[in-house]
Design a binder for this molecule. Structure first.
Ligand SMILES: Cc1ncc(COP(=O)(O)O)c(C=O)c1O
Length: 356
């Protein structure tokens, strides 16, 4: 079976984990700090604060921006639910705007119409690793005095005019095993803001600067030394992985017929966490056909966030037709760096055979 994703871990990651086990220091320590410094440098920011997951990175980022009850954050419904839940955890309200039909990212033209006196931030999601229109989003945020929290959980290595995602606003990344690089579970917040980094560190670890002296209420959202050790090795492979994903994506796009292939805006570097095509008719039958040919696919996402039962229970009744239609038509094909030339050819042949 050609898998939709697979973590690529080698002997170096194994050795790094064993060295941690031998060291006796398992909880957050020097390797986490080293990983934070390396990730901040890779992203082109001053600080990175490692967390237990992408979800907790988003939660901490929202709280560190002082967003709370009564506040609103403008975001996208076409994402994994954790992007919006970050606001719910804080007692704030995610306000959804529809997405662009081609990139599946939030449509910047709709943001201003969703801003109210209660709006505190914009939370764009670089979906599938394709960067949002950050120039426009940053300009709107500046005009309205809003914070920007980037959900870059799928976008390690993506950039806009050579500026890395996660360096425009406050960045949040995930290292879940399917991501472009992994630490098993894990996340990280990126920022240039001294005070925000400080608040994030306190929120991550029980509000303590010094052990057993708690100056604010916080959580245990720490990353372990094992995770950081894996992350340090994986980070060294990120560029290679992203280049391999991009080459695979280009090859797929040049060979596939009968589906709408992904777009990359001029100056944007898509990191191809997912290679997602639009199938205007018979998406589920194509997925079944591919499965029968030994190719696994993914539907990200079958339902937009505002249509999830959890959000219906919260009273969301939005109608966001572009996102809703996308959920019926998108199909992600394997694009990861573990694919061989034969795998790529098999995927192209299997998709194209469906229409002949
Ligand atoms: C867009 C997006 N946001 C947030 C998350 C949450 O990350 P994690 O699974 O590490 O908590 C994910 C990961 O699945 C994601 O894809």
């Amino acid at each position: 079976m050609i898998q939709i994703s697979t973590p690529l871990l080698g002997a170096e990651e194994k050795e790094a984990v064993l060295a941690v086990l031998d060291s006796g220091q398992l909880a957050q320590g020097p390797r986490v700090e080293a990983f934070e410094q390396a990730f901040a440098a890779c992203c082109g920011v001053k600080y990175a604060v490692a967390t237990s997951s992408g979800t907790t990175a988003l939660q901490v980022a929202v709280l560190a921006h002082g967003i709370g009850p009564g506040d609103e954050v403008v975001t996208t419904p076409f994402t994994f639910i954790a992007s919006a839940n970050a606001m719910i955890f804080a007692g704030a309200k995610p306000v959804f705007v529809d997405v662009d039909e081609r990139s599946y990212n939030m449509d910047p033209r709709l943001i201003e119409g969703a801003i109210t006196p209660r709006t505190k931030a914009i939370l764009p999601v670089h979906i599938f690793g394709n960067p949002c229109q950050m120039d426009l989003i940053m300009e709107i945020a500046a005009r309205h005095g809003l914070a920007v929290i980037e959900d870059a959980c799928q976008a390690h290595g993506a950039s806009v005019h050579a500026k890395k995602v996660g360096s425009f606003g406050t960045g949040c990344f995930s290292f879940y095993p399917t991501k472009n690089i992994t630490t098993a579970e894990g996340g990280i917040i990126t920022t240039d803001d001294d005070e925000l980094a400080d608040r994030a560190r306190l929120l991550r670890s029980h509000g303590q600067r010094q052990r057993y002296y708690h100056e604010s209420i916080g959580y245990n959202f720490r990353m372990t030394e094992m995770q950081a050790a894996i992350g340090l090795v994986q980070l060294g492979k990120l560029e290679r992985f992203v280049e391999a994903r991009r080459a695979n994506a280009a090859y797929l796009s040049s060979g596939l017929r009968g589906v709408v292939t992904p777009v990359e805006a001029p100056g944007h570097r898509h990191a191809y966490h997912q290679y997602t095509v639009r199938v205007t008719k018979g998406r589920d039958l194509l997925a079944q056909h591919l499965r029968a040919q030994g190719i696994s696919t993914g539907i990200y996402y079958p339902l937009p966030v505002h249509k999830q039962v959890a959000y219906q229970k919260l009273g969301y009744t939005d109608c966001l037709p572009v996102a809703e239609k996308a959920c019926e038509q998108v199909l992600s094909l394997p694009v990861h760096p573990g694919l061989s030339q034969a795998d790529l050819d098999q995927i192209i042949e299997a998709v194209n055979a469906r229409w002949s």
